[in-house]
Design a protein around this ligand. Structure first.
Ligand code: ZN
Length: 411
């Protein structure tokens, strides 16, 4: 995406400000760079990247780019491994985030007459509170449930006639399955769902749609960059409009760090344009997606990316073949009777790499036939054949949080 004059000006201003922060994270990183020299796209592309690891090393408050008295809140990314990243927010950052999030709700056709049941977690995590802020900004009634307690969730959903559900894809699926099981679908008033913080396939989408009978929207974001709400798809397709008046998106080759041609998959790299508490310059997200060329039929001028196709670090190499979760989903989509749920395990056995693929199939499906079918499509799509294990619906673990679908036991 070509930087506009305005974006370049915003970046120059931000670089100049960051360089003045005494002992600041970017003051060190941008040493020797004169903001006035950032005149073109090529100049911008010479700025150094920042990585999650570097952000982590700034723990606890090394990323703060404003005086303490201007910081009103911190959030922290889920530190699955070691030290978390702490992101300080100013009042303006919190308001900008709410504004972007409200824009997401409106893009999804929601209004202040909606009742939004929020199931992601509140707290250090940016999920629950982001959904909350955006809904309040729009003026909708929120039902701030937080995660878990499915009985209570379903009770509130019925009694308060919730019209929108905010959830991770796996929790939305779990709620959909429960509603079916309990036979209470006619008591549910949901019309739309916003699904965040997890990459999910077409098959899972259609199962949730089917079971809940709702329209689904994909929200994008990450704690390092406000939180969820920096982009969402519109009603004209799965392309995610991103708010390029707040955040500049690049899509880069994960290996070379150079921009990929428009339409090709690469790593999303983010630069904030107006963030105060902890701005980002060329932050490598590890999320994989492509820009969608051309204008969206919905008329919205904000650029579009594809849904997230995977993480550059989820990518595994088995027998010389590169495999993404999304490529396994492509396989499963083609198999009749297969659900959206799968797990892949990669092991090193007798000196050779081996992938075992567990797939849930519906009752009544011939399991042996399904296994052969899956193996065949793997060979076609992934250029390798895993050991296929077919299981019944509900046998693979469901989770309220992010689901890890590929486990690499080799290292
Ligand atoms: Zn659109």
């Amino acid at each position: 995406m070509q930087l506009t004059e305005k974006q370049l000006e915003q970046i120059r201003t931000q670089v100049a400000r960051l360089k003045k922060v005494e002992g600041g994270f970017y003051a060190k990183k941008l040493e020797g760079i004169n903001p006035e020299d950032i005149k073109t796209q090529a100049d911008f592309e010479k700025l150094p990247f920042s990585s999650k690891q570097e952000l982590r090393e700034a723990y606890p408050l090394g990323l703060a780019a404003v005086p303490e008295e201007e910081i009103v809140r911190i959030h922290s990314s889920s530190g699955t491994t070691g030290t978390p990243v702490i992101i300080p927010y100013t009042q303006k950052d919190v308001e900008d985030w709410a504004e972007m999030f409200a824009r997401c709700y409106r893009m999804a056709g929601m209004t202040n007459r909606d009742r939004i049941q929020i199931t992601p977690g509140y707290g250090l995590w940016t999920a629950g509170i982001g959904f909350q802020l955006g809904a309040e900004r729009m003026g909708a009634m929120t039902i701030p449930m937080g995660p878990g307690n499915t009985d209570k969730q379903l009770q509130m959903m019925q009694d308060l006639k919730a019209t929108v559900i905010a959830a991770t894809s796996s929790y939305a699926l779990l709620l959909g399955e429960e509603i079916q099981k309990r036979g209470i679908k006619d008591k549910i008033y949901l019309r739309k769902g916003i699904i965040g913080s997890e990459r999910w396939g077409e098959k899972m989408r259609s199962r949730i749609k089917e079971q809940l009978g709702i329209e689904l929207y994909d929200i994008y974001g990450l704690t390092e960059c406000y939180g969820p709400g920096i982009g969402i798809n519109c009603s004209k397709g799965s392309g995610i409009h991103v708010w390029d008046d707040f955040v500049y998106f690049e899509i880069l080759d994960p290996v070379t760090g150079l921009p990929v041609p428009e339409g090709e998959v690469g790593e999303i790299t983010l630069t904030t344009l107006v963030k105060e508490g902890a701005p980002l310059i060329r932050f490598r997200t590890h999320d994989l997606a492509a820009f969608i060329p051309g204008e969206c039929p919905c008329g919205c001028k904000h650029p579009r990316i594809t849904p997230i196709m995977g993480r550059s670090d989820d990518m595994v190499k088995v027998k010389g073949c590169i495999i993404f979760p999304s490529s396994i989903e492509e396989v499963i989509k083609k198999v009749q009777g297969a659900s959206s749920e799968y797990r892949a395990e990669i092991d090193h056995v007798d000196g050779r790499d081996q992938m075992t693929l567990y797939v849930e199939v519906e009752g009544g499906v011939d399991r042996a036939e399904a296994a052969i079918d899956i193996a065949y499509h793997c060979k076609e799509q992934l250029k390798m054949t895993p050991i296929v294990k077919v299981v019944g619906i509900g046998e693979l673990p469901r989770s309220e949080k992010k689901t890890k679908r590929i486990t690499d036991n080799r290292f």
